[in-house]
Write a new protein. Structure first.
Length: 349
């Protein structure tokens, strides 16, 4: 057994489970306290719509897409952790309709207490995903920290007229989600030793899958809005889309693909704190069926790492796009629609 295999990385994370972001309610409170940004006509996407990345126009033909994401280990295999962290950070570029160009590694690592081979494996996993994305690693920054953390700062490019935001959904659009949910509950269960090796491989494969294929597929369609489903969960990111688009959203809960055993493990108590925070944050913006149980509400709000794209596409194109995604081997599903009713709200049916 190598040094990297003998250490359980998830046990070194004080947060545990999902590697969650700061909760949406706390984050919004902080952001509201900041002075307004200086207006800049070349800033095409900033903080206004809680979008996945910032977009800055360089010319009539070219804009930069910029994002950064990092978190504590959510799996024990260092190579897999590097892959997942890279896929998660790259996803923001894909959600905006962009192409990743360059990346910088962000490393916090207890270099005096953990074997250096662990960090090497993390970096190797990330490098392989960066290469798969067709991007170039140009450097990074590292600090000595008692808790491992890893991620990427990513710069991509997009045509200014082809930017996808979470604020363009229109009534009549159909909603397609390109990955199953339940990741946060499963990674919390992993930390508690409740998953089989096969289940660990399954959830790891979902998280480490780049959204490159989905983004390239949607590039052929008249997509009105897109976001990736990550720390704020499906309903959290759908709520941002509803508010940004000033439209209502309907989600058919039975159509949402959920990873195996998620509900069983949630019943056993493996619901991460980030998931609970997500539900508390969106409750005023979601109309749940009265009969929907609390656990099912948690699952729809589950804090995801490296989730799929939530795509709003015209009804006339939805079936073709879904067919393309399925043919490409993605676990995509048609989960709902955009409506002119209850703007800014989500209705679960």
């Amino acid at each position: 057994m190598s040094a990297s295999e003998s250490v359980k990385l998830t046990s070194l994370s004080s947060k545990g489970g999902c590697g969650c972001k700061i909760g949406p309610a706390d984050l919004m409170q902080v952001i509201r306290s900041l002075p307004p940004a200086v207006p800049n006509p070349d800033l095409l996407v900033g903080l206004d719509t809680s979008d996945d990345a910032g977009v800055y126009r360089l010319s009539d033909e070219l804009a930069l897409v910029q994002t950064v994401d990092f978190f504590t280990p959510i799996v024990d295999d260092p190579y897999a952790f590097g892959q997942i962290a890279a896929a998660n950070a790259l996803s923001d570029i894909y959600a905006m309709g962009g192409k990743p160009l360059t990346v910088l590694n962000i490393v916090a690592f207890p270099i005096s207490t953990l074997d250096k081979s662990i960090l090497a494996d993390i970096l190797r996993g990330a490098a392989d995903k960066v290469a798969e994305a067709g991007a170039t690693l140009v450097g990074g920054h590292s600090i000595d920290d008692k808790e491992p953390k890893f991620g990427l700062a990513v710069t991509g490019t997009v045509h200014p007229d082809r930017v996808r935001t979470n604020a363009g959904a229109r009534p009549g659009d159909q909603l397609i989600l390109t990955k199953p949910i339940g990741v946060g509950i499963l990674t919390t269960s992993l930390k508690r030793g409740l998953l089989s090796e096969e289940e660990i491989r399954r959830v790891t494969a979902v998280m480490s899958l780049l959204n490159k294929t989905a983004a390239e597929a949607m590039g052929s369609y008249d997509v009105h809005a897109c976001t990736d489903v990550t720390g704020f969960g499906l309903l959290g990111h759908a709520s941002e889309m509803a508010k940004g688009s000033e439209a209502g959203i309907i989600i058919r809960s039975e159509a949402v693909r959920i990873l195996p055993r998620v509900r069983e493990l949630a019943e056993a108590g493996a619901v991460p704190g980030g998931t609970r925070n997500n539900l508390a944050h969106v409750e005023g913006s979601v109309i749940f069926p009265e009969e929907m149980e609390l656990l099912d509400r948690y699952i729809l709000c589950d804090a995801v790492t490296s989730g799929g794209l939530l795509i709003a596409v015209p009804e006339a194109e939805a079936e073709a796009l879904l067919g393309d995604l399925l043919q490409l081997g993605l676990e995509a599903a048609h989960i709902g629609e955009v409506t002119g009713d209850h703007p800014g709200m989500i209705r679960i049916i």
